[in-house]
Design a protein around this ligand. Structure first.
Ligand SMILES: NC(=O)c1ccc[n+]([C@@H]2O[C@H](COP(=O)([O-])OP(=O)(O)OC[C@H]3O[C@@H](n4cnc5c(N)ncnc54)[C@H](OP(=O)(O)O)[C@@H]3O)[C@@H](O)[C@H]2O)c1
Length: 308
């Protein structure tokens, strides 16, 4: 099969579009014929060797949508079913076939195609787990979302709105109308305004940016508020100093949560925002775009033609 692998860490040029053996499912696993693969900043961080030691050569990619091709005993899905999944590092999403434990997969939303479905797993689960599993965001609470126009942010904005929260979102000027259209109540242009001057105190901050943005976020939380960061580690003693809670997200694959998200999408409550679609053979270009840190929504690689 064709896949995009790395044999060493480095720039986009270390990714090779090449022939590799097809993976075979083990007990409880399914093999997915991949139709689309999502691209995440984590992909280029892994490619650069920023995520620590991973066995090489390695097929890139963490998010897929496709059809079940074969399965082993104990697998939760049958051949032919349309699924989407977050695959573990090394299993490989940028490939014509991938193998996952069936608990990492769910039926894909019926109301959208494979391309949009492949945009969901990592970013959608990151937003879901940050807001609901960690910060326990409730109806009527307020949330500040840093990086609201990005992959994680566009899901977080829509989930927060769906829950009934009041949403502040930061991005640059070009994203103002877009973010208001997906649920941001108050837009903050981080290049022109200090969010501290706009939000007062909020119940939850979701930080997907880090650095100075993360450091300035402690001061805008209500007592017992929650700061979740997808990028920054929590310095010892800071939550106690501010009387708040804080956690760094570690997104985990979770088929049951993907099934819940699929349900909300099928009720037309939220939609994945895909702004760039490239063929699998152009994974290098996808990484260059993602590394710019100014993509709106998601980039998705088309691996095979949609059968529909
Ligand atoms: N820990 C985990 O489990 C986990 C899971 C998922 C993601 N992550 C990490 O979380 C981060 C975000 O992921 P992502 O997929 O959302 O990234 P992304 O899609 O690449 O984010 C791009 C967005 O960031 C915005 N942005 C850039 N600088 C900003 C700033 N200073 N203030 C506000 N917005 C800014 C851009 O908006 P403008 O163009 O308007 O500037 C753009 O829309 C990445 O570092 C990723 O690796 C971690």
């Amino acid at each position: 099969m064709k896949a995009v692998r790395i044999h060493e860490f480095g720039g986009p040029e270390v990714m090779k579009y090449e022939d590799v053996p097809e993976p075979q499912p083990g007990p409880g696993e399914i093999r997915i014929r991949v139709i689309a693969a999502g691209v995440n900043p984590m992909d280029w961080k892994i490619r650069k060797g920023m995520v620590g030691k991973v066995p090489l050569p390695m097929i890139m990619g963490l998010d897929v949508a496709g059809t079940v091709d074969s399965g082993e005993s104990g697998a939760l899905f049958q051949p032919g079913e349309e699924v989407y999944a977050k695959v573990s590092i090394g299993q490989g999403g940028y490939a014509e076939y991938t193998v996952v434990n069936s608990t990492q997969a769910a039926k894909k939303p019926g109301s959208i195609g494979f391309i949009e479905s492949a945009a969901i797993p990592t970013a959608g689960l990151a937003a879901w787990q940050s807001l609901f599993d960690i910060a326990r965001l409730e109806r009527g609470q307020s949330i500040l979302i840093h990086g609201a126009a990005g992959g994680v942010g566009t899901f977080a904005v829509q989930f927060a709105k769906w829950k009934g929260a009041y949403v502040f979102g930061t991005a640059s000027e070009k994203n103002e109308q877009f973010l208001k259209s997906i649920g941001v109540d108050e837009f903050i242009d981080y290049k022109k305004q200090k969010f501290e001057d706009v939000v007062g105190k909020v119940d939850v901050v979701l930080d997907t940016v880090g650095g100075d943005t993360f450091e300035r976020s402690w001061g805008v939380l209500q007592p017992n508020g929650f700061l979740v960061s997808t990028v920054a580690s929590i310095p010892e003693g800071m939550p106690e100093k501010y009387g708040v809670f804080a956690k760094t997200l570690m997104t985990r694959p979770d088929g049951e949560e993907l099934a819940k998200i699929a349900g909300i999408i099928d009720e037309q409550q939220i939609k994945p925002i895909v702004t760039t679609i490239l063929p699998l053979s152009e994974a290098r270009k996808a990484h260059e775009m993602s590394e710019s840190r100014h993509i709106r929504g998601k980039i998705v690689l088309r691996v095979a033609e949609d059968p529909e």
